[in-house]
Design a protein around this ligand. Structure first.
Ligand code: ADP
Length: 309
């Protein structure tokens, strides 16, 4: 079975309900606190695993992150390359949420910026050509990891989220599969194109050899696999949105599954069916609260949701 190595961030999200956002110099008592698992890396590993893939997660936790390791293991994610660094806290956010549901987020990368190059090289060497390597933009050394993965003939999938201008310095020609939302596409193109097809076309010009996925929230998704195939459009499933956190991550995990199936069969109809599954999984995640808890397992997917107009 084709394997997926995700070199990804893992966060602890500390969410505080507050009467108002902190002001300079103020001490304020929070009403309540809740702790959630997060990080785009963790979310995407969970999504890929729940889609039925074999997933190895490479990352670093602090001593405060033991529960995250336990959780990932329980999910069935291979944690062989999950290290603990006792000198740093696990990557985390401190989120203030006001009564109007506005939020303000303070992020500290912590161990997400302590990924060791040698560990990555070792993990990459356990893979075979044609296996997939997934990366987001929340860990250190993305450029190095992309180059190393390509040297070994692995399929590189890059989701440049959250977008930062540093992305433009990465060796983007080493990316085989690019998955972006509108914000990330705009950042990469440096232009504010209004039309979805124009955005996809500009991405194609910028990445002549990559398979490109442009996610468009409730408007769905457009992709261009290249290889002489016409760009494709997929509608989002119509659902009652409760919390869109994690929709993009759910899509990424399931899209990797679709790509693996396509590479195996070389059958575009198989790809289309699998992508519909990814769209359904992402839509279902929107109907539930939170990120990790909202990611559906493949055998939970139901067609109650309707395809959008
Ligand atoms: P991100 O969360 O990275 O910003 P998007 O908002 O583009 O990503 O969402 C990713 C995918 O999730 C979309 O392509 C779509 O399939 C699905 N999705 C997101 N929001 C909705 C929604 N309100 N209804 C149905 N599907 C949605």
């Amino acid at each position: 079975m084709t394997r997926l190595l995700n070199i990804g961030s893992i966060n602890i999200d500390y969410v505080y309900q507050v009467p108002h956002f902190l002001r300079a110099g103020e001490t304020l008592e929070a009403v309540s606190r809740a702790i959630f698992m997060g990080g785009k890396g963790l979310n995407q590993s969970v999504a890929a695993k729940r889609s039925g893939l074999e997933v190895i997660h490479l990352g670093v936790l602090g001593a405060d992150g033991t529960f995250l390791r336990d959780f990932m293991q329980t999910e069935g994610i291979d944690v062989r390359f999950l290290r603990t660094d006792n000198t740093l806290p696990t990557g985390h956010t401190v989120i203030q949420v006001t009564p109007d549901a506005e939020n303000a987020i303070l992020y500290f990368a912590g161990t997400n910026h302590a990924i060791d190059r040698e560990l990555v090289k070792k993990a990459l060497q356990t893979l075979s050509p044609g296996d997939f390597v997934l990366m987001q933009n929340e860990v250190n050394d993305v450029a190095f990891f992309l180059n190393e993965a390509k040297k070994l003939g692995l399929v590189t999938v890059f989701n440049p989220a959250p977008y930062s201008p540093e992305v433009l310095n990465y060796p983007l020609d080493q990316v085989d599969v690019l998955i972006v939302n509108e914000t990330e596409a705009r950042g990469i193109l440096g232009a504010d194109l209004a039309d979805d097809d124009e955005i996809l076309k500009s991405l194609r010009e910028r990445f002549p050899h990559a398979a490109i996925f442009l996610t468009l929230g409730k408007r769905g998704m457009k992709c261009d696999l290249g290889q002489g195939l016409q760009p494709m459009s997929f509608k989002a499933f119509k659902v009652k949105a409760v919390d869109t956190t994690g929709a993009g991550d759910t899509f990424v995990g399931y899209a990797v599954r679709a790509l693996m199936a396509y590479r195996k069969t070389n059958d575009i109809d198989v790809f289309k069916t699998e992508i519909e599954t990814a769209m359904l999984a992402a839509a279902m995640s929107v109907t539930r609260e939170g990120a990790v808890p909202s990611i559906p397992k493949i055998d939970e997917l139901t067609l109650d949701a309707q395809v959008g107009e």
